[in-house]
Design a protein around this ligand. Structure first.
Ligand code: KG4
Ligand code: ZN
Length: 316
C-alpha cells in the first residue's frame, strides 16, 4: 500500500485561546476546510476524481459536528462519482498506523489508543478486528495534557508543549497521584492528576481569573510538567503491559496523538523489553490525526467488500 498524499488541515490557532477544542468552532472550520483540503489531496496525489475507486470517511467516534461534515461530504462524493463508501472507526485507524508503516504485528496483540479524545485498550486480532477491553472513565490522557498546559500557560495543543517544558524538569519534583482503578482494570482515569496539578499550582479555590493571571518561574513549570508527564506515562505503560500479560499476548500496538510523546515511547520500549513483549509504536509522523490512516482502513474494508450504505450515520 502506498500513500499518494495526506493533507492535514489544522485549526490549532482557532482553539488556542480557549485552551482546548471548542466543538462549534471545530465544526465551522471543517465546513470551510473540507473542499480545499479535498482538492489539495487530489492535486498532491496527481489524480482526478475519476481515478478514485472508493471514498473512506471517519464515521465514529469524535465530535459529532465535525464528523457530520466529513460524512456528508464523503456521501456526496461517493454518490456523485458512483464509488463505494467506506465507514472508518477513528480509533481503529490510529492502531492501523503500524501497518501503514509497513509492519505486521504478531496477533493477537493488545492495542492502546491514546489521543485527545480517547484512552482505550483493545484486543486486536487483525487490522479491522478490535475488541474493546477498557478506556478512560473521565478525561482522556491527551485532554489532561491540554488542560495541564492551560494551567501552566504553555499554549495549545498542550501535549508537545508539556513534553518540551518537561525536558528541563525533574520528574520526581512532585509526587502527583496515579489512578490505578484496581489492579485488574483496563480502565483509566486522568481527571484526578489534572486536578492535583491545579491544586499544586494555585490551591484548592482557584478561579478562572486566578488561572489566567497566574505566573510561574520556568523551573517550576518544567518540574510540574515533568512530574505530571511521568504520572500519566507510569499509568499508561503499566496498564498496557499488565493488560497484555493478562490476555497472554506477546505484542503491544500503540497509536494516537499522545503516542508521539518521547517519554512515553522511551518508557514503553524499556518496560516492553523487560517483560519480553514486542512493541509496535505508530511512527511519530502518523501519531496525530491524519487522512492516510483513514484511507488505509478503507483499503481493507474495500478488499473485504464491506461497503457502507449511503444511510450510514456519524456517531459521537
Ligand atoms: O490523535 P489526535 O491527533 O486527536 C484525537 O483523536 O484526539 O490527538 C491529539 C492529542 C492532543 O490532546 C495533544 O495534546 C496530544 O494528542 N499530543 C501529545 C503530543 N503530541 C500530541 N501529548 C503528549 N505528548 C506529545 N508529544
Ligand atoms: Zn485521533
Amino acid at each position: 500500500m502506498r500513500t499518494l498524499s495526506s493533507v492535514v488541515g489544522t485549526q490549532h490557532e482557532l482553539h488556542e485561546r480557549f485552551g482546548g477544542v471548542v466543538p462549534e468552532i471545530a465544526c465551522r472550520a471543517h465546513i470551510e476546510a473540507i473542499l480545499p483540503v479535498t482538492h489539495q489531496a487530489l492535486d498532491e496525489a496527481g489524480v482526478s476524481p475519476g481515478d478514485l475507486s472508493a471514498v473512506a470517511v471517519t464515521t465514529t467516534p469524535g465530535l459529532i459536528g465535525s464528523l457530520l461534515i466529513g460524512v456528508t461530504a464523503a456521501k456526496a462524493l461517493s454518490w456523485s462519482l458512483g464509488l463505494p463508501l467506506l465507514a472508518v472507526n477513528h480509533l481503529h485507524a490510529h492502531i492501523y498506523c503500524v501497518w501503514l508503516d509497513g509492519r505486521s504485528p504478531p496477533l493477537p496483540a493488545v492495542s492502546l489508543v491514546v489521543s485527545g479524545g480517547h484512552t482505550s485498550l483493545f484486543l486486536t486480532e487483525g487490522p479491522l478486528a478490535h475488541a474493546y477491553l477498557g478506556g478512560t472513565v473521565d478525561d482522556a490522557a491527551g485532554e489532561a495534557f491540554d488542560k495541564v498546559a492551560n494551567i501552566l500557560k504553555l499554549g495549545y495543543p498542550g501535549g508537545p508543549a508539556i513534553e518540551e517544558a518537561a525536558r528541563t524538569g525533574n520528574p520526581r519534583a512532585v509526587d502527583f497521584p496515579r489512578s490505578w482503578l484496581g489492579a485488574a482494570a483496563a480502565d483509566f482515569s486522568f481527571s484526578g492528576v489534572k486536578t492535583a496539578v491545579l491544586y499544586h499550582c494555585l490551591g484548592q479555590n482557584a478561579s478562572k481569573e486566578d488561572i489566567e493571571n497566574a505566573s510561574y518561574s520556568p523551573q517550576f513549570v518544567a518540574d510540574v510538567a515533568a512530574s505530571f508527564q511521568e504520572a500519566v506515562v507510569d499509568v499508561l505503560v503499566k496498564k498496557t503491559c499488565d493488560t497484555a500479560e493478562r490476555h497472554h499476548v506477546g505484542s503491544i500496538i500503540v497509536g494516537g496523538g499522545v503516542a508521539a510523546n518521547a517519554r512515553l515511547r522511551e518508557r514503553l520500549a524499556a518496560e516492553a523489553r523487560s517483560r519480553g513483549l514486542e512493541l509496535y509504536l505508530a511512527p511519530k509522523r502518523l501519531c496525530t490525526d491524519n487522512a492516510a490512516m483513514t484511507a488505509g482502513i478503507g483499503c481493507h474494508l474495500l478488499a473485504e467488500g464491506r461497503q457502507a450504505p449511503l444511510s450510514v450515520e456519524a456517531a459521537p
